[in-house]
Design a protein around this ligand. Structure first.
Ligand code: NDP
Ligand code: 8X3
Length: 264
């Protein structure tokens, strides 16, 4: 049976790579994003392989999301797979200097937008007793880092929401998976640094980061597993990324000359 796949944030990065991968499988694709030109280009590019329906939509707009997802035309009306991918980080400032507007945008998109899409499509999945929700979390939801403040917190929400959905959906055949990537080279850093391409490039300098195609491949694998197998969370980093020791602040040597190992 042809799968119907709805991907939010399909205009770049992981979302666009997933669109290409599921098009290769001949899925019916519903592609969501704000940049209409990119959606229409994807439509043109993929429609030889798959049926494609594009929706120009800001996931932060609750009413627009509810209306658009309640009125999906045939053959797109029964969504089997929701990839809740639309999301962003803004800034890397410490909390006391960060922009409250940017915090709000991240919460509205990564948390509220994701819940609007989920709530709109879940009743249909439950009624059909079929479906899979794949959420894009992040390593930032699992580990703190300086400047990750609200972005990381939104991804911690996504992780816990994913697991709580599993709890609510026990007894159905609906699966929920939280994908938690580390460093991945997409438009993510350009967005985080508000168009500063040089600063964004610096993030990946000298590394071999994950690619959008790596993540699409992982999502395709998770989805293709037999229906009785649910991957709850899948954390993935590039091989070049690992953890650092705990950060410890030490007072100036002058204040504690005999106890500061940094000065030894
Ligand atoms: P990109 O910036 O390349 O893609 C983000 C996508 O989200 C775009 O298609 C953008 O489309 C869409 N989007 C953003 N805001 C909205 C909105 N309000 N309404 C609809 N669509 C929106 O980044 P990635 O592909 O890297 O990111 C995808 C997801 O993966 C995000 O949730 C991100 O947090 C997460 N992630 C990314 C990692 C990375 O290192 N790259 C690592 C871990 C997680 P448009 O602007 O057209 O609306
Ligand atoms: C994206 C990965 O480490 O930049 O979620 O937060 S990170």
């Amino acid at each position: 049976m042809t799968q119907t796949v709805l991907i939010t944030g399909a205009t770049s990065g992981f979302g666009a790579a997933c669109a290409r991968s599921f098009a290769e499988q001949g899925a019916n694709l519903i592609l969501v994003g704000r940049r209409a030109d990119r959606l229409h280009a994807l439509h043109k590019q993929l429609s030889g392989q798959a049926a494609v329906h594009v929706i120009v939509l800001d996931v932060r707009d609750r009413r627009a999301v509810t209306e658009a997802l309640a009125s999906l035309p045939a053959p797109f009306s029964s969504v089997d797979l929701l990839i809740n991918n639309a999301g962003l980080a803004l800034g890397l400032e410490p909390a006391h200097r960060a922009s409250l507007d940017e915090w709000e945008t991240m919460i509205d998109t990564n948390v509220k937008g994701l819940t609007y899409c989920t709530r709109a499509l879940l009743p249909g999945m439950v009624a059909r007793n079929r479906g899979h929700i794949v959420n894009l979390g992040s390593v930032a939801g699992n580990y703190p880092y300086p400047g990750g403040n609200v972005y990381g917190a939104t991804k911690a929400f996504v992780r816990q929401f994913s697991h709580n959905l599993r709890a609510d959906l026990l007894g159905t055949r609906i699966r929920v998976t939280n994908i938690e990537p580390g460093l991945a080279d997409t438009e993510f850093s350009v967005v985080r640094f508000k168009g500063d391409a040089e600063r964004a490039t610096e993030v990946y300098r000298g590394t071999e980061p994950l690619t959008a195609d790596d993540i699409a491949e992982i999502i395709c694998w998770v989805v293709a597993l037999p229906p009785h197998v649910n991957v709850n969370s899948l954390e993935v980093m590039p091989t070049c990324q690992s953890w650092a020791p705990f950060a410890i602040h030490r007072e100036e040597e002058a204040a504690h000359p005999s106890t500061n190992p940094v000065t030894e």
